[in-house]
Ligand binder design. Structure first.
Ligand code: GSH
Length: 225
């Protein structure tokens, strides 16, 4: 375990996928830290003073505060000598692009699928979701045909960023009434998702399958009003 120049305090919530991104990066970089659980949605006033956005995760590094899960996860990587990103500028840019692509293509759909109760709309959402998965599959194969990770054997910031959502796709599909097919065009995607699910840092930071399902159900209820 590496003790950093200043102490790390991560303000967390165990059911938050964005917090999990930061935790995975922390575990991968083996950094000494303290995690403080923030109850949601009723955050204490002292937390709102510390982070006026009122969101988790937030990081206290010495006297400084950092927010936004991807910023925090990359900061942990930098504290560990850039452990989670390739040194090569092109590969680094490709990692950032994949994270960007995943965020833009899947996060809005994830919330739409969870919030939807209309069976006709579910079919459209499923089509969009599967089309996006096919594009993702191509991006993964173009980077590494063998896998299992985006950069082959190397687990990177890409996996830390997507893992919490990959693990929520199964409960999301069940709750939103869509199918994620096991077809050849998605073979590399399924290989990737399975490998991420078996990674120690992911398992250590994850809720149980039942808890994940309940957390997605609670989110669906919130979105369905
Ligand atoms: N873009 C932020 C999103 C963080 C976020 O939305 N966190 C949720 C919990 S999963 C939150 O704190 N919501 C405020 C609340 O529920 O009151 C990040 O990546 O860190």
């Amino acid at each position: 375990m590496t003790v950093t120049a200043k102490p790390i305090i991560l303000y967390s919530n165990s059911s938050c996928p964005y917090v999990q991104r930061a935790l995975i990066a922390l575990y991968e970089c083996d950094l000494d830290h303290e995690a403080v659980e923030i109850p949601l949605p009723n955050k204490p006033d002292w937390y709102l003073e510390l982070n006026p956005e009122g969101k988790v995760p937030a990081l206290k590094y010495g006297d400084d505060i950092l927010v936004e899960s991807l910023v925090i996860a990359e900061f942990f990587s930098d504290l560990a000598g850039g452990k989670l990103l390739p040194k090569d500028p092109l590969k680094k840019a490709q990692a950032r692009y994949l994270i960007e692509f995943f965020g833009a293509k899947f996060l809005p759909l994830y919330y739409s699928i969870l919030g939807n109760t209309d069976t006709e709309k579910a079919k459209l959402l499923e089509q969009q979701f599967v089309e996006n998965l096919k594009r993702l599959n191509k991006l993964l194969s173009a980077q590494s045909t063998e896998g299992p990770f985006y950069f082959g054997e190397e687990f990177s910031l890409v996996e830390a960023a997507v893992a919490p959502f990959l693990s929520r796709f199964t409960p999301m599909a069940k709750i939103g009434g869509i199918q994620i097919p096991k077809i050849p065009e998605l073979q590399r995607y399924h290989q990737w998702s399975d490998a991420v699910g078996q990674r120690e840092s992911f398992i250590k930071s994850s809720l149980s399958s039942q808890e994940l399902y309940e957390s997605c159900e609670a989110l669906a209820l919130k979105y369905r009003g």
